[in-house]
Design a binder for this molecule. Structure first.
Ligand code: ZN
Length: 209
């Protein structure tokens, strides 16, 4: 079967499939000569000969491990493939996956994403021992371009090693109360490994916007 016939076969014989023209996921790329990725539950293909042909002609992935970016249509993983894996997308409006490539290129999307990550200092209850902690994990997201400044001189660390016990609740508890109340905050990851992570705290005065 040629590619068109194979695609028709997939369409007619599988309950459900998705298609994408490329990967946005770091570390993945189309094999030479292939220009389509098909996502499906491949256990449904009982004919090994056809399965071989599909694999020869297309990139294939499991549909329950991937999303397609709603902005560019490229593919992003939704489940880990190694210890270091982190999502390369953000769910906008809690249901629209957008890849970090698209977010990095789009100031409007970045402001939307900031809203999802920001911690408002004036809403932190100093009596409570919890903070709505969310960690921004996009390396190339320049918060400085959105009027944020980094607060800490050295990276905060959290992990298994001695001394790696920085805690967002304590960080806010030790902060000057008027500074806390007059700023918005975002925690951003600076380094991530299997055993620890390093992060920074960014702040932006509430009047600045
Ligand atoms: Zn995208």
């Amino acid at each position: 079967m040629n590619r068109k016939e194979l695609q028709n076969w997939i369409e007619e014989n599988l309950d459900w499939y998705e298609m994408s023209h490329d990967y946005s996921e770091p570390g993945y790329s189309l094999d030479e000569g292939k220009d389509q990725i098909f996502f499906a539950d491949w256990n449904q293909v009982k004919d090994q000969e056809i399965m071989d042909q599909i694999e020869e002609n297309f990139m294939i992935e499991w549909s329950d491990e991937w999303y397609q970016c709603t902005d560019c249509g490229k593919s992003i993983r939704t489940s880990p493939d190694c210890y270091q894996w982190q999502p390369y997308y953000h769910l906008l409006n809690e249901c629209e996956p957008v890849c970090f490539d698209c977010i990095s290129d789009n100031a409007g999307l970045q402001e939307t994403l900031i809203k999802d990550y920001v911690i408002k200092g004036n809403e932190i209850d100093p009596e409570k021992d919890s903070v709505n902690f969310r960690l921004l994990q996009i390396d190339n997201f320049e918060l400085e371009k959105h009027c944020f400044k980094v607060l800490n001189d050295e990276h905060y660390e959290s992990g298994f090693h001695a001394g790696q016990n920085d805690d967002p609740v304590k960080i806010f508890k030790n902060m000057n109360q008027s500074f806390l109340e007059s700023n918005h905050f975002i925690f951003k990851q600076s380094e991530h490994s299997q055993f620890y992570m390093k992060f920074d705290l960014y702040f932006r005065p509430i009047e600045a916007r």
